[in-house]
Design a binder for this molecule. Structure first.
Ligand code: SAM
Length: 246
């Protein structure tokens, strides 16, 4: 009941109103950058972004797209895809494509055709382990041999306050003290109230899933991936794990 309602409405409202991008905290952008940077890209490779939302990763991969990476984004929410499409249009010549799909069903992507899969804060919306197992195995089938999958999921240490604190620090480092204050006083209270605090509550109630590090690695290994890299991101509130198919 919960899943269905929020899958349909929470993200849809954020994407349609543009609040999702506007209120995204700096620590989240940093996590997206780490996700993109953690995969070495070769010209002509295909990257499948599962649960791409409004295309936050597209914003972080200008260099990779210019270098010849082919981006394929998919999400259940048309409203997110519309936003992502606008970002992707800037890179049309470099080969970007988006399609609507529910990842709880097999995707219409040819088996063994994808070099890299990214799932940045999308798979955690599936609370049930068995369902995630099925989804992951299906995604791994679309990877080429030796293909890479980078997954970022919230950790059990998820804390809205910590994320805001680190975001203010990042804003200060990147844009100076005035920008950091503006975010801290004007923008981030809304980020906290409308976004992070809500997500924290859903994680605590296990409507969405907060992962232990070992658990996340185990699920990836069960799906046929060998863990080749891991790091803590998002103020320690998320795990980034990269796995390679045999
Ligand atoms: C937190 S957002 C992350 C979006 C994007 N990856 C980012 O980092 O900004 C979660 C995304 O997962 C998508 N999603 C959730 N369940 C899905 C499903 N069953 N099939 C496809 N996408 C789904 C949502 O629509 C939403 O866009």
């Amino acid at each position: 009941m919960f899943d269905k309602f929020y899958q349909l409405n929470y993200w849809r409202f954020g994407f349609q109103s543009k609040l999702y991008d506007l209120l995204t905290p700096e620590a989240y952008w940093e996590s997206a950058r780490r996700c993109v940077q953690s995969v070495p890209v070769k010209k002509g490779q295909v990257l499948l972004d599962v649960g791409c939302g409004s295309g936050v990763l597209i914003d972080c991969m200008e260099d990779q797209l210019a270098f010849g990476l082919k981006y394929l984004g998919t999400d259940i929410q048309l409203s997110g895809l519309v936003r992502a499409q606008k970002k992707a249009e800037k890179h049309r010549d470099w080969g970007t494509a988006l399609f609507q799909a529910d990842f709880t069903h097999p995707l219409s992507v040819k088996k063994g055709s994808v070099d890299i899969i990214t799932a940045h804060f999308s798979l955690y919306t599936i609370a049930d382990r068995e369902s995630r197992k099925k989804i992951l195995s299906g995604l791994v089938e679309t990877l080429k041999p030796r293909g890479l999958m980078v997954i970022v999921n919230p950790s059990r240490e998820y804390s809205a306050i910590k994320i805001i604190g680190e975001s203010v620090q990042w804003a200060r480092e990147r844009n100076g003290i005035l920008s950091a204050w503006a975010r801290a006083l004007v923008l981030y209270p809304f980020t906290y109230l409308l976004g992070l605090r809500f997500i924290e509550k859903q994680l605590k109630a296990d409507h969405w899933h907060a992962f232990g590090f070992a658990e996340m690695c185990e699920e990836m290994e069960e799906a046929g991936l060998s863990v080749v890299h891991s790091e803590s991101v998002y103020a320690g509130c998320a795990h980034l794990v990269t796995g390679r198919k045999a």
